[in-house]
Design a protein around this ligand. Sequence first.
Ligand code: ADE
Length: 262
Amino acid sequence: MVDIGVLGGSGFYSFLADARRVDVSTPFGPPSEPPVVGEVAGREVAFIPRHGADHRFPAHRVNYRANLWALRELGVRQVLAPCAVGSLKLDLIPGTFVVPDQYVDRTWGRPQTVYDDIAVHTAAADPYCPAGRDTIIATGNVVPAGTMVVINGPRFSTRAESLWHAAQGWSVVGMTGAPEAALARELALCYTSLAVVTDHDAGLQQGEGVTEAEVYKVFAHSIDRVKALLTEVIPQLPAADIDCSCHHALDGTAAESTLSRT
Ligand code: ADE
């Protein structure tokens, strides 16, 4: 049974050997690519590259709702979400893996809910899956917490924006972590972010600031480590039917009866 999903980030367009493509339709149109399903260390995993296999969807155009809906439809209950981020702290150097425990959503114009016809207010105080985070932290050489500020892009931050983000004490800055995490919560999915530092953001840099080429180059250098970590983490993730708090995200809401819990 497929119960784990991976959303590939920039430069992460394939993951599974001997994968089979599964077409899934969603109320929100097609996902970034049809999911592929394959086995990792005895667990069945579904994979979607969130930007599309050819990176045709920039962060503000990714169909986050369709991607998550498609994964859930396949049976996925735990989503692992690697993404490239800039660092807002000098000691978080390129190549560092951070498992964020908080995010700040500074995106705009992206659909924020899968419930357009009913009012559903999910809790977001602790936006990531405790079991998924614990598993990655216990397995990998990672920074075990940090706040990820999510900007809309596609441009990177100005120096002033970046200095402001850093002054808040936030750790990393990315473009895809929201509303992805919130939508996963709305689907009662466990969702765990793995932020891969590709650069020091503009406020911390001298000279030109961050460039797209730098981000892609460093992410490409980190990709084998990302895949290796995921391959170690996946068999250690708890079974889909554990009683995780994420699965109770809709309890008491108007959407409570719309999704099965396991
Ligand atoms: N993704 C990778 N590096 C980034 C940065 N500096 N700002 C926003 N998103 C990023």
